[in-house]
Design a protein around this ligand. Structure first.
Ligand code: SAM
Length: 231
């Protein structure tokens, strides 16, 4: 069987270029998410919020909130939510009543231990320093606070894995190019190649100060939900 060529881009572009890319695609971001996840992302976001297991009224931060889709899920679960993102374009195209703040999640403008929970949707691989981001999140969570991180993943089943690679490396850039921005939708799937593997991500969570860390595969393994409790 012919092998797929490696992802077309394998280098992290850096914060400034990343931000400019999200500003460029912001107007179509929500639509592209729905189309490219075949409508599954809404269900995954609900799982991430539910996995926090927090009482109504708890304060949750949405890290790299983009257009605020996770904020909306948190609010539907009767949680209070504040979103943080560096891309002004993404924030400008938000559809949420949650307060959104333009800020770097590596330096959150929040007091130590002030939040009950944190969620992050598909942004870890866009943050240059994942361990730093997890440590910063641990700083703002109270002891017993919960974290729920959604990210892309590779299915373990070899057949699903191959189908997924084909979809991610061929279909996503093609559809993304037709409907939005070819360069961005070549880069975004390729950026999965520098996402640490699941065991490493769980170790990073532990090192950052989380206990009871767990990983659940979603969507046949094409996505993952990582959770933990602030020690
Ligand atoms: C793939 S989008 C995900 C958006 C949203 N979380 C969601 O679930 O749809 C990645 C987001 O991460 C943001 N981002 C990347 N690095 C960041 C950082 N250091 N601080 C804050 N936001 C960041 C980008 O601006 C972009 O909005």
């Amino acid at each position: 069987m012919a092998r797929l060529s490696p992802p077309p881009v394998e280098v992290y572009r850096g914060a400034r270029e990343n931000r400019a890319m999200f500003d460029r695609i912001a107007h179509r971001y929500d639509l592209m998410n729905r189309v490219l996840t075949l409508g599954l992302d809404g269900r995954w976001r609900r799982r991430a919020v539910a996995a926090l297991g927090l009482a109504p009224g708890s304060l949750v931060v949405d890290l790299a909130c983009g257009t605020g889709m996770l904020c909306n899920e948190a609010q539907r679960a009767r949680l209070r939510c504040v979103g943080f993102d560096v891309a002004a374009g993404m924030l400008a195209h938000s559809h949420t009543s949650a307060p959104l703040v333009r800020a770097d999640i590596l330096r959150l403008p929040l007091a130590d231990g002030g939040a009950d929970g944190a969620v992050c949707g598909f942004a870890l691989r866009n943050v240059g320093d994942i361990p730093g981001c997890l440590r910063e999140t641990a700083r703002v969570l109270r002891p017993g606070g919960r974290i729920g991180l959604l990210e892309v993943a590779e299915p373990e089943n070899p057949i699903l894995r191959r189908g997924h690679a084909l979809y991610f490396r061929r279909v996503v850039p093609l559809v993304g190019g037709l409907l939005c921005d070819r360069d961005a939708y070549r880069y975004l799937p390729a950026s999965a190649s520098w996402l640490p593997d699941p065991a490493e991500l769980l170790a990073m969570l532990r090192d950052a100060g989380f206990t009871a860390v767990e990983r659940r595969a979603l969507g046949g393994g094409g996505a993952q939900l990582l959770t933990g409790t602030r020690a």
